[in-house]
Structure formats: structure tokens, C-alpha cells
Write a protein that binds this ligand. Structure first.
Ligand SMILES: [Zn+2]
Length: 705
């Protein structure tokens, strides 16, 4: 689930202006807009002005910064609203609003970021409390009727706009419409009340999950099979027993390793109680209100509303993909389940079926036996001192860049800063930070933060973008350098893929800069880059044993690593497709029984009956938070990631020529044109699913009836 946390962090750390509050997607069909030529983006490349965000501010100064930035935002927006009718221009109205939010977002960058990364608890606390106030301010400003009227009255003048400017106006009008601004007064106030209630429900749903604290008290001898490191980490109770909590990390470790089926069963049933009673009515109410709000705006259902402006455009295209995947993946997934059941029968002769508490356990046994793969062995070849510089060199080579290490003040001694230059012209493009290791209070998981975005300034220069990779890679064991798991190398490639998307923009308007694309496209550049770490030639370059760097990953280990990649991947992908289908089903019609719909969709996708005690949707918070009718985005982005990578693969993988084309056609253009057009310009044809299916191990040439 790491990709989703990264995704969420992006959304949180991304531009916080009008469209980010009203709706994070900005994609509108503007086929034929002047910027659609693959070279067009480069025309905007120009002198850069740094914003110099200060990430060493203390708590009181963060508060001053917020006061100043919010006052200036409100003052500027007041001024825009007060312009007399007849004097409105694109510059003094539409562009002025975009720039006001951009300026505020630039000023607020340290606040957004330090809440996640500052080593100082006071600073994190101050930043979080300011963020909550800032978010209220943003909601109030984005709902201002006088500003909507300002934009509307400019639009009514009918001035002909081109390219990004035409797109910016259309996007603002669409976002205002989708936030209920065009409704008659009574309906509008109902719409606002629904939005407010939905936000309360989302917070309550999350709070119930966050505060849920449950587990089993077990005797140490019941934990046979569970690794010592996991057992040592369990809480010791006064009576000598150990507490196995239902918290996700402990839960999955114990469920995969505990030999006692009885223990796994008890833990499974205990976990299914998680916040279920409290969250069922919350989810029911939220789905009902979302449906009502979509109907108020004239949509058939919430899924139609959510997809208006995304790359997929309408639910039917997503359903088509999911149902196609179901059909194509089912035979392999069924075979995988049969193997797991056969493995169970070796220990439980005659077992009729796999129980929900068997899958992880026998699945993990089977994969260890089949692959004979010890991730620890691979790690010895991935020391961080080798991986990070070599990864950066690969990015430099592919994209025609040069990264120069910077000596600037940072928020923690572990952090490294780099300046990005164009390799050919030497021009300075932007900056990024790497903050790779855990420390107390730092945000968990991995994410790419877009801190400052490229845009045209009033003096004709361009704002220099700033991004950061924040991760929590394994710290060095005593006497060893930091060694990365292969999955962590993948994370580094993924997050840097986002950072390049965020910093290489040459769009004029802030709203279209960097990774401000439609939600169902934003993971395409990052997932595309993950492909590189599965290429033998790249693994050779990246690896070097920590005791003898001249020794790259041996062929036998390489073979095992590559074999592990697709091992039982059909079941996993089918499961994701099923969850995406469940999410879409919930937002297509108000379900009478949330859990019955869940069981029906899962059973239809996997062909296996779902345990009646399972309450999975009631702890699946993506649906309640930012991913309503959006869980499909991961698979959807992946289809295009694989299609884009196929161009690299066809040119021998490490191809600077394809990299340059990718940079110009996709990375530099942000969301300034439709994502379909970006892809068509890069690929020289319409995007398709063939590479994605091959990646899943399915022959795309097979006739699909
Ligand atoms: Zn990502």
C-alpha cells in the first residue's frame, strides 16, 4: 500500500490553491490546443528566480509566516473581487487569482513540509496546527461568491484565449461548477452543508481507526514460527503473556508466520472487529450524501462527478478495464490459489479449502520454498553509498541533466541537497532534497513533496522549483553500512520519478505545473521509473557488495530476484482490480448493505466466497478520504507507465534519446494539455494496454472475446 501513502502525501504537499482545495484534478479535454506539439514545452524555458524557502524556521517564525501569507492572500483576492465590471482582463482576474494562490503556496512551503520532517517536536506541532487553520482559510476563500462572479463576468466577455490561458479559465469555471457555485441559493446551501458534513464524517472515520487499540494476549509458546525479532518487539503483559495487536504491521507479520492455525484464526476474527460498528453508519451516510451532492450538480452519480476532469473521463472506461483484467487474470489467479491450497494439504491432508487466515501463511511458505529467495542476501549488494549516487547518475543520463551537490542549511544533518542543471546548456533548473532515513517524529513511509512549483513571474523570469524525497530506509546495522532492500531501491526510483515530474516543468501557469495532473495519471511517471530496477543491466550498475564493491549481484541471485517479481502477481493484481470495482460500485448507486456489496464484488472478481465476518471496507479509509471513486487510479496509471516504458525497452532501456523525448513530451508539460495528448505525442500513436498485459505475464496477442 506504499504507493497510496505516497500519493496522499503528494496531494497534501501539492499546490494548495483553488483547484487543490476544490478538486485536485485539472484535466479538461482541449484537443488541438497550441501547446500540443512535443517541442512546445521547451519554448517556455527561461531564466529562473529562486523562492529560497527556509526550512530552518522556528515555531514562532512559522506562525508569523502564516499570518503574513494569509493576510496577503485575502488582500489580493479582495482587490481582484473589487475590480469594476468592464475593466476585467485575463491578467487582472483569472491569472491574478492563480498567481495569488501560487505566491501563498510558495510562502507556506516550510509550514507544509516541516510538519512532516522537522526533528523538533515543537516545530512539527506548530506546523500541524497552522496547517489546520490554513486549510480552513483555503476552503473559505475557494467558496467566495464574489470571486466566482469575477471569473464568470470575465468569461462572459467572451475574449478569445489560447493554450494554457484558455485551459486555466475553463478549469476554474469547471471547479467552481463542481463546487456548487452555480446552483440556486437553496440548493447551494444544501450542497455546502453536505460538503461540511462529509468532511466531519471522514475525520470521524479516520479517528475511529486511529484510536482503535485491540489485540490478543498469548503465551510465548503459541507464537511458534514467528521470527524472534517480531516476538521481541511485542508488548509484555504482567502475567507473562505477550500482546499481539491488530495494528497492520504486527498483524501481517504474525499472520504470515505463526504456525498455529488457531492463533491465526483468533487474531483474524479480532481484527475484523476494528472500528466496524462505529464506521458502518458513517460510511453509509457518506455514500448517501455523496450521491445526493452529485445529483444536485446534475450528475447521474458520484462516480460520474469524480471522473469528470480525470483522464478516464467516465466510469465506463474504468469498468471496461477492470472487467477485462478480471477475465484475463482469473485463470492465473485460480491456478495460484490452487497451489496455495495444495501446499496447505501437505500439512492438513484433505483440507477442503483455504480459510481467510491461511492465505498469508501458506502463501508465504510456498513462495519461500519456490523461490528460495532470501532478501537479506540481496541487500548486501545494495549499500546506500553505492545506490544513491548511481541512481542519480542513471537519472542524469536518461534525462539530460546534471545534479550538483549543494551545501545549504537543511532541517537535519542526514539531509542532502542537489541543484538540477540542464546537461547541455548548463542552465540551472531547480533543486531537490533527499531525506532518506527514519528519525523520531518523522512522517512514515515514502513520499515526494512538491514544495515550490515552476511558473512564469511578472518580471518575465520563471520560478525555480523545489522538491524533496522523504523516505524511511533501513538504518545501518552495527558494523555495517546502510544496506537497502530491493524494494527500497524501487521506492527511490519511484519517488525520484515524481521529483523529476515536479521540477522539470516548463508550463507558464502554476496550476499546470509539475505533478498537478489528473489523479489517475499522477503515478504514471513514478511507476514508469520503477521498471528500471528490474533490468539486469541496471541492477548490474546499481549493485556492489558492501565488503567488495567490485562484486556485482551474482547471476544466480539476479535470477531469483527477477523470478520473485511476478510470483503470484495475478492474485494480487486481481485483488486490486476487485477493490477498485468495489469503490466504483459504492459510488455508482447508494448501497443498501455495504458489506453485501463488498462480498458480491469480491466474489465476482476472485470466484472465491468472502468470509461473512470480514469488514474490510470499514477500515479501508482511502474510499472515505481523497480516493472516492479513485482507487482505480493506481492500475490506470500503471497501464500508461508500462506503455511509456515500452519505448525505453525498445531502445535498449538506457536510452538518452528516448529520455529526452520523454522529458519534453511528458515531464515538461505538466497538466498544460490533456494526458491522452501527452502520451500520444510521446508514443507517436494512441496509448494501449499491450505493455501492461505483458508486464502482468499475459500474452496481449491472445484473442480477447
Ligand atoms: Zn507515487
Amino acid at each position: 500500500m506504499r504507493f497510496l501513502s505516497a500519493f496522499l502525501a503528494l496531494a497534501l504537499a501539492c499546490p494548495t490553491g483553488l483547484h487543490a482545495v476544490v478538486s485536485v484534478s485539472v484535466n479538461i479535454p482541449m484537443a488541438g490546443a497550441p501547446l500540443s506539439g512535443a517541442q512546445a514545452g521547451s519554448a517556455a524555458f527561461g531564466a529562473r528566480t529562486p523562492a529560497n524557502p527556509d526550512f530552518t524556521l522556528d515555531a514562532p517564525r512559522l506562525d508569523t509566516l502564516f499570518q503574513t501569507a494569509s493576510q496577503e492572500l485575502v488582500r489580493t483576492l479582495d482587490g481582484i473581487a473589487a475590480i469594476p465590471a468592464g475593466q476585467r482582463t485575463f491578467q487582472n482576474s483569472v491569472l491574478a487569482i492563480d498567481n495569488a494562490y501560487a505566491k501563498c503556496s510558495e510562502a507556506m512551503a516550510p509550514v507544509h513540509f516541516l510538519g512532516a520532517v522537522s526533528p523538533d517536536e515543537n516545530i512539527r506541532g506548530a506546523a500541524d496546527s497552522i496547517r489546520a487553520r490554513f486549510s480552513d482559510l483555503m476552503v473559505d476563500q475557494s467558496m467566495r461568491e464574489d470571486l466566482y462572479r469575477a471569473v464568470r463576468s470575465y468569461a462572459d466577455q467572451g475574449e478569445a484565449l489560447q493554450g494554457e490561458d484558455a485551459r486555466l479559465l475553463a478549469m476554474m469555471l469547471r471547479d467552481y461548477r463542481k463546487s456548487g457555485m452555480e446552483l440556486p441559493a437553496i440548493e447551494r446551501s444544501r450542497y455546502m452543508a453536505i460538503e461540511k458534513r462529509l468532511s466531519e464524517l471522514a475525520q470521524a472515520f479516520d479517528k475511529n481507526l486511529r484510536e482503535w487499540d485491540d489485540g490478543l494476549a498469548v503465551r510465548p509458546e503459541e507464537l511458534g514460527g514467528v521470527p524472534k525479532a517480531v516476538v521481541d518487539g511485542l508488548e509484555k503483559l504482567p502475567d507473562g503473556r505477550l500482546r499481539v495487536s491488530v495494528e497492520p504491521t504486527v498483524y501481517s507479520q504474525v499472520m504470515r508466520k505463526a504456525d498455529s492455525a488457531r492463533l491465526r484464526m483468533r487474531l483474524y476474527y479480532r481484527r475484523e472487529k476494528t472500528a466496524a460498528k462505529a464506521n458502518l453508519p458513517i460510511m453509509q451516510e457518506a455514500l448517501k450524501l455523496r450521491h445526493e451532492s452529485a445529483r444536485l450538480l446534475g450528475y447521474k452519480n458520484y462516480a460520474e462527478k469524480a471522473l469528470d476532469g480525470r483522464m478516464a473521463k467516465a466510469p465506463k472506461r474504468v469498468w471496461d478495464l477492470l472487467l477485462r483484467l478480471k477475465k484475463l487474470l482469473r485463470p492465473s489467479a485460480d491456478a495460484e490459489s490452487a497451489e496455495v491450497l495444495a501446499r496447505k494439504r501437505q500439512e492438513v491432508p484433505g483440507a477442503a479449502k483455504l480459510q481467510p487466515w491461511d492465505m498469508g501463511y501458506y502463501g508465504s511458505k510456498l513462495s519461500e520454498e519456490a523461490l528460495g529467495f532470501d532478501p537479506e542476501e540481496v541487500r548486501a549488494y545494495f549499500p546506500v553509498e553505492k545506490i544513491v549516487p548511481e541512481t542519480l547518475r542513471i537519472y542524469e543520463e536518461l534525462l539530460g541533466l546534471r545534479f550538483v551537490k549543494l551545501d545549504v542549511p537543511v532541517w537535519d544533518a542526514d539531509v542532502q541537497a542537489y541543484e538540477i542543471h540542464d546537461a547541455k546548456t548548463g542552465e540551472r533548473i531547480g533543486r531537490f532534497y533527499l531525506d532518506l532515513f527514519p528519525r523520531k517524529g518523522k512522517r512514515g513511509g515514502a513520499a515526494a513533496y512538491s514544495l515550490i512549483q515552476y511558473r512564469e513571474l511578472s518580471d518575465g523570469t520563471f520560478r525555480e522549483p523545489v522538491s524533496a524525497v522523504v523516505a524511511n530506509f533501513t538504518r545501518p546495522a552495527p558494523g555495517q553500512p546502510a544496506l537497502l532492500r530491493h524494494g527500497e531501491v524501487k521506492t527511490l526510483f519511484h519517488e525520484l520519478g515524481h521529483v523529476m515530474h515536479q521540477t522539470l516543468s516548463t508550463t507558464k501557469r502554476w496550476s499546470f505545473s509539475g505533478s498537478s495532473t489528473a489523479q489517475d495519471f499522477v503515478e504514471t511517471p513514478s511507476q514508469m521509473m520503477e521498471n528500471f530496477i528490474w533490468q539486469p543491466q541496471v541492477i548490474q550498475r546499481l549493485s556492489g557488495h558492501y565488503q567488495d564493491p567490485s562484486k556485482t549481484l551474482p547471476q544466480a541471485l539476479m535470477d531469483k530476484l527477477l523470478a520473485a517479481r511476478n510470483y503470484h502477481s495475478a492474485s494480487e493484481t486481481l485483488g486490486q482490480a476487485a477493490m477498485a470495482a468495489m469503490d466504483l460500485a459504492y459510488h455508482s448507486a447508494v448501497p443498501k448493505d455495504i458489506l453485501a456489496v463488498y462480498r458480491k464484488v469480491m466474489e465476482s472478481f476472485t470466484g472465491e466466497s468472502v468470509d461473512r465476518a470480514s469488514t474490510f471496507p470499514l477500515r479501508f479509509s482511502h474510499i472515505i478520504r481523497g480516493y472516492a471513486a479513485g482507487y482505480y487510479s493506481y492500475l490506470w496509471s500503471r497501464v500508461f507507465a508500462q506503455d511509456v516504458f515500452s519505448a525505453f525497452a525498445a531502445a535498449g532501456v538506457m536510452s538518452p534519446a528516448v529520455g529526452a523525448r520523454y522529458r519534453r513530451a511528458i515531464l515538461e508539460r505538466g497538466s498544460s494539455v490533456d494526458e491522452d495528448i501527452l502520451l500520444r505525442d510521446f508514443l507517436g500513436r494512441d496509448p494501449d494496454e499491450k505493455a501492461f498485459l505483458r508486464w502482468l505475464g499475459i500474452d496481449p496477442g491472445r484473442p480477447q472475446s
